[in-house]
Design a protein around this ligand. Sequence first.
Ligand code: ZN
Length: 301
Amino acid sequence: MKIGIDIGGSHIGVGLIEKQKILASKERNFTREDRKNFETTILRFISEMVDELLKENQLQIEAIELIGIAAPGTSSEGKIVKAGNLNLQNFEIISHLKKEFHNPIQIRNDGKCAALAEKAYGAMKDFDDCIFINIGTGIGGAAFLGGKLLEPKRYSGFEFGHMVVNQGGRLCSCGKQGCFEAYSSIKALKNKITQTLDMDSDISGQYLREELLKEDDLRIQEDVEVFLEYLKTGIGNLITIFEPEVVCFGGSFAYYEKNWIFEKLIEKLKQPNATFNNGELPSIVTAKFKNDAGIIGAVIA
Ligand SMILES: [Zn+2]
């Protein structure tokens, strides 16, 4: 039995995992208040949620062979070095958790965790050359060539969300301007749409997808068009660089599979010059495990 923990931009998910199955899980959203003292909040949430999960399933912590953490941004040597979305820097998360849990604990970038789960058991399992793009609060990802996860020695790498797609453009949480995720993350789309509709931006991803993103609502068309144009640019770049056999979308964008926006994206990617090898697209799929991919992948050794 293992415990997977996914620290996202808007919530923490904790799951009890046996083989690749989540037997039970918990999720808790961050409030504005929680964000004021983020490190303490994260540690408290993990401690309380693991405790509840063990109690509800009549388990002792000794039964857990591994605790895996999927963390945003760059992690190295047991700490979250930098996560712009959560405004965390050099957060020694493992040494803090070790005070409470004596189990082995590992940490890895969340996009890579989700990608590993999809590669091992999910939507990318039958392919060797894969690009995984996690689109949610930010944009992360991973690449596999010849079935092997590419892992640089320096930092995490594959920060797809922070490649510049518009020089001098929108300010990104990382401090640079014109980053991919400043235009094409679900958060960026949500901010624009709620602004256009003059609403509070504090709405759920489901409400955005099911209630606000109506195909016949003319007020939002321009915002969606900007989001999709940059998405086409970013993904077109990745296809041109890696020539993957498959591109797999994870994060909250995985839930857009049957949405009109997803179809529009495919149309755009097929346009002349969207990719170097004009219109010859790889397979485009969505994550089998949807938002659970991070939790499942967090415990892959
Ligand atoms: Zn950035």
